[in-house]
Design a protein around this ligand. Structure first.
Ligand code: AMP
Length: 270
């Protein structure tokens, strides 16, 4: 991988990079398409990163669909697939530790201890191997994207981090590899997640953050099939709670919820 990139750089080509854990869908492909618009060559990686799973069952059951992934990457015009194995990536199976205040400790950081350390460890390793000019990440994982930007800055990495919008199913559900594990009934039930988020954005035009949040949480009280883990309205940069809409440049509403054992996340920006 390093030799190929060195060769491409010598030819004056810019390198775009899209890291993934596979089980590809149109959300991933949108990142490849975006990368192709601004880079000469596009590399995607597929690596189910063990250090970011705080739940062993979730790691075991993570969907793996290599044959169709390769087909989708080929059709999208991605130039290279980097698919390392676990021993290559982790000779010592160690992960680093990063602390970025609330951004690393709240929400996903709180409910999935160690998750972001695993994410930032693997992204840093991948960046060192692939050495891209630009790397593309989805706003679907809003908190992850914020932390990757912070890590790249902290580590002085000469890589431009580009955030791309969430791609949704027609009915609103944010595309996710984990959606493959939902039954058709669960898929129907999961629509409540995006519906509530969209309605909260509407309500933000006429109600206080506290009122909007209370309304949002209440919508899950009567839906037994969905267990809300968190629903919060926070500042889009520092992740502090929002009590006045006018005090923040960017505000984001983030949610995590379980359908059975399948954990889904989503967000909307105001
Ligand atoms: P994953 O394979 O889930 O680790 O995701 C790889 C990349 O794809 C991450 O940058 C995600 O944020 C992004 N991604 C996943 N789902 C979507 C989506 N529905 N829309 C846009 N980007 C996404």
């Amino acid at each position: 991988m390093q030799a190929w990139v060195t060769e491409q750089r010598a030819l004056g080509r810019t390198i775009g990079f899209v890291p993934t854990m596979g089980a590809l869908h149109q959300g991933h492909i949108s990142l490849i398409n975006r990368a192709k618009t601004s880079c000469d060559v596009v590399i995607s990686s597929i690596f189910v990163n063990p250090t970011q799973f705080n739940n062993l069952e979730d790691l075991k059951k993570y969907p793996r669909t290599m044959t169709s992934d390769i087909e989708m990457l080929g059709a999208s015009g991605c130039d290279v697939l980097f698919h390392p194995d676990v021993d290559e990536m982790y000779p010592k199976m160690e992960k680093g530790h990063w602390h970025f205040g609330l951004v690393s400790s709240t929400l996903e950081g709180h409910f999935r201890p160690g998750h972001f350390d695993g994410v930032l460890t693997v992204v840093k390793k991948l960046f060192e191997i692939v050495n891209p000019d630009r790397a593309f990440f989805g706003e679907k994982d809003y908190q992850q994207l914020a932390l990757i930007r912070m890590m790249a800055k902290e580590e002085d990495l000469p890589i431009e981090i580009i955030g791309c919008p969430i791609i949704r199913e027609k009915e609103g559900l944010a595309m996710s590899s984990r959606n493959m594990r939902l039954s058709s009934l669960q898929k129907e039930q999961s629509l409540l997640i995006s519906r509530v988020l969209f309605e909260m954005v509407e309500r933000s035009k006429r109600q206080t953050p506290a009122a909007v949040l209370a309304w949002g949480r209440k919508q899950f009280d009567s839906e037994n099939a969905i267990k809300l883990e968190y629903l919060e309205i926070v500042d889009g940069a520092i992740f502090s709670p929002v009590s006045d809409w006018r005090e923040h440049e960017r505000i984001v509403i983030l949610i995590a919820a379980y359908l059975g054992e399948i954990r889904l996340i989503d967000n909307v920006t105001i």
